[in-house]
Design a protein around this ligand. Structure first.
Ligand code: 13P
Length: 252
């Protein structure tokens, strides 16, 4: 079964007070949500405990990153098992900001995915091309390589814990969203890559991210291969995030 998911990636924003008030407002805002969407909040790791305590059953919680090792002398890192221990059900992997600013590679993405799946979390694996890659006609090949290497080690019984988020780098935080048609085309391409990897491709959820707002979410989510969204800036305003959660059509 393909999951419908709207996840808010707060990145390194906010404060403890904001985290608590945002999760409270989201929780009450989606109390009557009936489109079947799973709502996920991905706060800075230090606020996970507060968010888990206040989230209730209708909001799941995730971390923005985990280390690529199980445990040990890795100062500053947190493990997949620790995230699970604190009540997280999701983790982002390979966000473009981590690839560009923190040296995340396809190999470290693959290692993290392996640990997340064996710890029982859902891995939201982020892929996407830069503007230069798109303009030089390489968007498909770049995304295919990220999908294939990041998911190379997924066992046949673990695909229900895998979500792929397509986030074109040029659309993140820029206000420039991919058109629904362009996003759909890339999602279809990603589904083909998954099928070639041996995944039950029709059952894997594919999220779109990159300047998703309350006023463009419905058009994106109406596409047949877009199963929800990964939301940055708009997830920091409860009202906007709740509107985006409501934009998921009940039928996908
Ligand atoms: P924006 O929604 O702010 O463009 O961020 C998208 C993103 O990077 C979510 O992970």
């Amino acid at each position: 079964m393909r999951r419908k998911i709207v996840a808010g990636n707060w990145k390194m924003n906010g404060s403890r007070d904001l985290a608590k008030s945002l999760v409270g407002s989201v929780r009450s805002g989606i109390s009557d949500l009936d489109n079947g969407a799973e709502v996920v909040i991905i706060p800075p790791a230090l606020y996970v405990r507060d968010v888990v305590e206040l989230a209730g059953a209708s909001v799941s919680v995730g971390v923005q990153n985990v280390g690529q090792w199980l445990s040990g002398a890795y100062t500053g890192e947190i493990s997949a098992g620790m995230a699970r221990d604190m009540g997280c059900e999701f983790a982002l992997v390979g966000h473009s900001e981590r690839r560009q600013l923190f040296g995340e590679t396809d190999e470290s993405v693959a290692a993290k995915v392996e640990h997340l799946l064996s710890s029982g979390l859902t891995a939201v694996v982020c892929v996407g091309e830069t503007l230069a890659e798109r303009e030089s006609g390489k968007a498909e090949s770049v995304v295919a390589a990220q999908v294939r290497s990041g998911l190379a080690k997924v066992g046949h019984d673990r695909w229900q814990q895998v979500v792929v988020a397509y986030e074109p780098v040029w659309a993140i935080g820029t206000g420039k969203t991919a058109t629904a048609g362009d996003a759909q085309a890339m999602h279809g391409w990603i589904r083909n890559q998954l099928a070639e990897l041996g995944a039950p491709a029709e059952d894997v959820s594919l999220l779109y991210g990159g300047s998703v707002k309350a006023d463009n979410a419905a058009a994106l989510f109406a596409e047949p291969d877009i199963d929800g969204g990964l939301i940055g800036g708009a997830s920091l305003k409860a009202e906007d995030f709740v509107s985006i959660c409501r934009a998921v059509p009940a039928s996908i």
